[in-house]
Design a protein around this ligand. Sequence first.
Ligand code: CMC
Length: 392
Amino acid sequence: GDVFTYDPGFTSTAACDSAITYIDGDKGELLYRGYPIEQLAEKSHFLEVCYLLLYGELPNAEQMVDFESRVTNHTMVHEQMHYFFRGFRRDSHPMATMVGVVGAMSAFYHDSTDITDPWQREVAAIRMIAKLPTIAAMAFKYSMGQPFVYPKNSLDYASNFLHMCFAVPCEDYVVNPVLSKAMDRIMMLHADHEQNASTSTVRLAGSSGANPFACVAAGIACLWGPAHGGANQACLEMLREIGTVDRIPEYINRAKDKNDPFRLMGFGHRVYKNFDPRAKVMKESADEVLELLGIHNNETLKVAKELERIALEDEYFVEKKLYPNVDFYSGIILEAMGFPTSMFTPIFAVSRTVGWISQWKEMIADPTQKIGRPRQLYIGQTRRDYAEVEER
Ligand code: CMC
């Protein structure tokens, strides 16, 4: 029969051409459409990066205004979706709610589901970029039993998200610009990361011609896992579980123990083997936010700092090239902002949506792409005859 290459985890298989994101894992380099992430983090902002990822070039002033108005035009969700939310238990994980609600968008927006029509693909893309923050904030509000807050289009993308999460009808809420900048950075640094597990999931789902909202829902489901986007939540929960600095060695030993499945969450990466360039930028933001909020002696933070120090020096971690990744620092920032850990991965999903949809659009427009259909090496029984039940 046919001979296939065995490549579990696709560590050495390229399944597509892509012109969106470039990663050099050895150099610790990340480029969006050629632009280094460090320059974008310093000079750009999330919506501009969305434009860049979607269309390939930085927008001029006029294009930016137009793009922004197209996005803000779609920030509200269909009012009937409020009922859909109410079907969930209050204690549902917001990622579970998001998988459901984003999937349900395929039942609400029929004018953006004909994937053979470039205009409809474009509308689907804008809708998702515009609505994901609204949906994530609604999932958050719902989990707390608070009223939904409608989007405020006069605010920038990150500030609007913070507003929808933290504003309450009985008080004025003014978004702190330092927090809004940090949120914008979290979004920008998570916006795309070439063919990671959730993006590959969106591409695979989309390769059959499936509905784009359903494809993004599949991406959200994949992102949820602790080895991927769920690491930010798992990392902070681990820091809390460790609790005090004196207990760190116990956990370091567990991480090294071959017979213990425990891993240090927020450390290591499939592609980055020297450092995670996103983590470098994220660490700066973490310091800024902690300074602003005057958080210096928080026990979780002390554990984080000490763990970071040990892991960077310890032979095992150095040798295996396990550095703190982006989620190590984003978790610290989100905790300081007042988000519960269950909201960490939803915020990752909001940020990655533009990456998913840019990759999906690239795939649909690529004539060389076909339905994704991996093969296998069969290791089961050879052919045998059915046995009647009394003969088994
Ligand atoms: N703690 C302890 N040991 C580790 C860790 C860790 N976090 N990560 C990898 N190792 C060890 C692993 O046991 C293995 O050892 P050995 O060679 O002796 O068997 C070696 O390092 C290589 O690990 P691997 O599992 O083959 O590497 P991978 O490329 O398949 O996994 C990873 C990458 C990110 C899934 C993994 O490092 C991990 O589980 N990290 C913790 C979860 C995490 O922080 N994930 C977020 C990644 S960044 C954001 C995102 O992509 O969503």
